[in-house]
Design a protein around this ligand. Structure first.
Ligand SMILES: NC(=O)c1ccc[n+]([C@@H]2O[C@H](COP(=O)([O-])OP(=O)(O)OC[C@H]3O[C@@H](n4cnc5c(N)ncnc54)[C@H](OP(=O)(O)O)[C@@H]3O)[C@@H](O)[C@H]2O)c1
Length: 235
């Protein structure tokens, strides 16, 4: 995480105290050059209590663009606790010539955009919302997960590849070829670590069902680490 790197060690944030918060979705989170805490705060009330207990003065919400609940909680809790909040948002991916994107608003629309049966789908959405696709059991699903599943998957006809990004386009093209993929489902996360699948889909001429980002309540936003650090200096 670029913001944490700017903070840790001899980065521009050196000298400031900071803590990095993980939701705890993966078994072995990537290490950070900052002290880390893991797990939910207990909603807005729990986050307000945490901010007060730890005497937090600034919150930088650098979470995944689809972690909308956490971002909304941060807006509400920071307002209640009188703590300054900044959202760090990377730009969305934009379709390029050769892309065959089907843009959809949410998970339900992504499911509806797939064929009823016979498709071989690279479901690049993590593990949390797989059950939505159980209403299209006639398709085959390739899942790429950070951890091997510990419980049975909600998709009967599926295949799991355990891997952690960043990924490269040549590797993703080979993965899609070897699994005879016909459709890709992705969230418009932006950034470089997960865009290889889009480059690979373009090269293979495959349709990508692309989910738009969820709405986040209004807040101050910056788009680069340098701007985040500058906000910390001046806010
Ligand atoms: N969260 C991530 O790091 C992450 C990473 C990659 C992708 N995504 C995608 O985002 C979508 C929603 O994921 P999600 O359920 O993790 O997020 P979410 O729906 O925004 O958050 C659900 C709850 O998880 C806890 N939480 C989330 N992020 C946290 C953090 N950084 N530190 C402490 N607690 C945190 C909070 O619990 P409390 O209310 O108890 O505080 C929050 O209310 C999924 O589609 C997922 O694939 C999320």
């Amino acid at each position: 995480m670029a913001v944490a790197e700017a903070w840790g060690g001899a980065g521009p944030g050196a000298g400031r105290q900071a803590v990095f918060s993980y939701a705890g979705r993966t078994a072995r989170p990537a290490s950070q050059p900052l002290p880390c805490r893991i797990g939910g705060f207990g909603g807005v009330a729990g986050l307000v209590a945490y901010l007060r207990r730890e005497a937090i003065t600034h919150v930088v919400d650098a979470t995944h663009p689809f972690a909308a609940q956490m971002s909304a909680n941060a807006v509400a809790a920071c307002e209640e606790a009188g703590v300054k909040l900044l959202g760090y948002e990377r730009p969305e991916w934009i379709a390029r010539p050769g892309d065959r994107w089907i843009r959809v608003a949410d998970m339900a629309a992504a499911v509806a955009a797939l064929p009823e049966a016979g498709a071989r789908v690279f479901l690049a959405i993590g593990k949390q919302h797989l059950s939505a696709f159980s209403t299209r059991p006639g398709n085959h699903y390739l899942l790429r997960l950070v951890d091997a599943p510990v419980a049975p998957l909600p998709l009967a006809d599926s295949c799991v590849v355990v891997a952690r990004g960043p990924f490269d386009a040549a590797g993703d093209e080979e993965l899609m070829r070897s699994h005879a993929i016909t459709h890709v489902v992705a969230k418009n996360a932006g950034g470089s670590g997960a865009q290889a699948k889009l480059v690979a889909a373009r090269a293979l001429g495959l349709p990508v069902v692309m989910m738009d980002r969820p709405r986040i309540p209004s807040r101050q936003v910056r788009g680069s680490v340098a701007e985040v650090m500058s906000w910390l200096d001046h806010a």
